[in-house]
Design a protein around this ligand. Structure first.
Ligand SMILES: *[C@@H]1O[C@H](CO)[C@@H](O)[C@H](O)[C@H]1NC(C)=O
Ligand SMILES: *[C@@H]1O[C@H](CO)[C@@H](O)[C@H](O)[C@H]1NC(C)=O
Length: 207
């Protein structure tokens, strides 16, 4: 039995939310009215020290070029840094990591008054996206696409800086669920992180 309030909520969702989502989350394909730009490539990548997970937010890494901050890596996107790095600190890293990339969009996109969306195929698990230092979109949930409206944050015909903060910490209430735990091995006193679910980070960014 559906209560009236639930019916009202459902109608509200269908009327206002569904059409706006449907218009944005279209699968990215070229057409006579749509252009596609992929941001696949080698991104700058940097992890926050485990002792200070907030440092990136406090020091505004979302507006800084990692070249000026140091201790950063080139990381292919899409890929999972936990899967491909030979550096054990990065391979076993769980927490806030940061990605950034510079790209250009043509000036005619603004002359033609086009709407531009950033589409992420999957970012695992929690992500926050800034474009030119401004918050563009936030998302929670691995393995699902999401979009952010980039139209008003972009610089047309100039260099753009996109920065993505990613937190791959899994909990029993995240989707997918999981957890990480530390244990001391018999052969070493080193602490290792045990992955219950593999933490796949795949950034597929399409403008
Ligand atoms: C591994 O990566 C961390 C984080 O970027 C870095 O501080 C450390 O120097 C790296 N270790 C090696 C052996 O390159
Ligand atoms: C993100 O990372 C921190 C520190 O590693 C953790 O405590 C937190 O639960 C994580 N998850 C989210 C959704 O922020």
């Amino acid at each position: 039995m559906v209560r009236p309030s639930e019916t009202a909520m459902f109608l509200l969702l269908v009327t206002f939310v569904a059409p706006s989502l449907a218009s944005n989350i279209l699968y990215p394909v070229e057409s006579e009215s749509r252009e596609l730009r992929t941001l696949h490539g080698l991104w700058n990548f940097k992890i926050s020290p485990l002792s200070n997970q907030q440092i990136g937010f406090d020091k505004k890494w979302y507006a800084e070029r990692f070249e000026t901050l140091g201790d950063y890596w080139k990381m292919p996107v899409p890929s999972s840094y936990n899967d491909i790095s030979t550096n054990s600190t990065i391979r076993d890293y769980v927490g806030w990591s940061w990605y950034q990339y510079e790209f250009y969009v043509p000036k005619r996109w603004t002359d033609d008054q086009l709407n531009v969306f950033l589409r992420f195929g999957s970012v695992h698990f929690k992500s926050i996206v800034w474009l030119n230092g401004q918050l563009c979109v936030e998302h929670e949930g691995g393995h699902l696409p999401f979009v952010g409206d980039a139209t008003r944050f972009l610089k047309y015909g100039e260099s753009n800086l996109i920065v993505v903060a990613v937190n791959n910490t899994l909990r029993p209430d995240t989707i997918p669920q999981g957890y990480t735990k530390s244990r001391t091995t018999r052969t070493s006193i080193q602490k290792v992180i045990e992955y219950i679910l593999t933490s796949l980070i795949t950034l597929i960014i399409l403008v």
